[in-house]
Design a protein. Structure first.
Length: 242
């Protein structure tokens, strides 16, 4: 389980995350929804040990990321904007990551097959399409057969086939008992994917619960979002790709 408790992160005079508390549970997809700049990526960076909280805690299975001895065996992550060296072959990229966590080459081949990249394993990453690059990132997240997956904007820029593939993949992972935390600014995508929703705006949690709970009394997740945020957020920032 992922447990975020009273998490605050400040940069000088700016509070990016303000007393955020929520949980993501095994066997469910938890959608972390908010416009760009709402605090989603900062929360994930603290969770994954890439930044240090000002106060509060972010735990994976009751432990901080930096306290995990072989972290890929507990949590797999795909962060928006992160990627491999373009001139490196996909199989070499995954092998390097696997070796850092004492994972054998058989698992590298297995995850390439799982994401449908076995036939392109020896291609240079610079030749990959956007969708193939996303699949490679997901393959890296799966290397340690982790109990927890943290994915930041995994469908950004994908075509409809790519989006459908990601949806199926996430549902399969949750059905296998994994905890899936999915960050997105796309409300339509979240309503198609998530079991539970956590809505963040200006660094604060403004709504959370099951998808049914959050949308209760509203015609759509979009309507619920603007009700919870008081309509203060520009609509375009949460509808990209619709």
């Amino acid at each position: 389980m992922i447990e975020i408790s009273d998490l605050t992160k400040r940069y000088a005079s700016t509070t990016a995350v303000d007393h955020v508390t929520f949980t993501a549970r095994p066997g469910r997809i938890t959608g972390f929804l908010g416009p760009n700049g709402a605090g989603k990526s900062t929360t994930l960076r603290v969770l994954l040990g890439l930044d240090v909280a000002t106060s509060g805690s972010a735990l994976i299975g009751g432990r901080r990321y930096r306290d995990l001895r072989l972290p890929l065996r507990t949590v797999g992550a795909l962060l928006d904007g992160a990627g491999p060296v373009p001139d490196r072959r996909a199989i070499d990229h995954l092998t390097w990551i696997a070796q850092s966590n004492r994972i054998g080459p058989a698992r590298v081949r297995e995850v390439l097959d799982l994401v449908g990249l076995a036939g392109a394993a020896r291609q240079r990453v610079r030749k990959y399409s956007l969708g193939m690059g996303r699949r490679l990132g997901i393959a890296a997240a799966l290397l340690g057969d982790p109990e927890v997956l943290v994915l930041d904007e995994p469908v950004n820029g994908l075509d409809p086939d790519g989006i459908r593939w990601v949806r199926r993949f996430l549902r399969e992972q949750a059905a296998a008992g994994r905890t899936v935390l999915l960050s997105s600014h796309l409300m339509t995508e979240m309503s198609e994917t998530a079991d539970d929703v956590v809505i963040i705006d200006h660094g604060r949690i403004v709504g959370h619960g099951t998808l049914q709970d959050v949308t209760g009394g509203h015609a759509s997740l979009e309507e619920a979002f603007f009700s919870l945020t008081g309509g203060s957020t520009q609509r375009g920032s949460t509808q990209a790709g619709r």
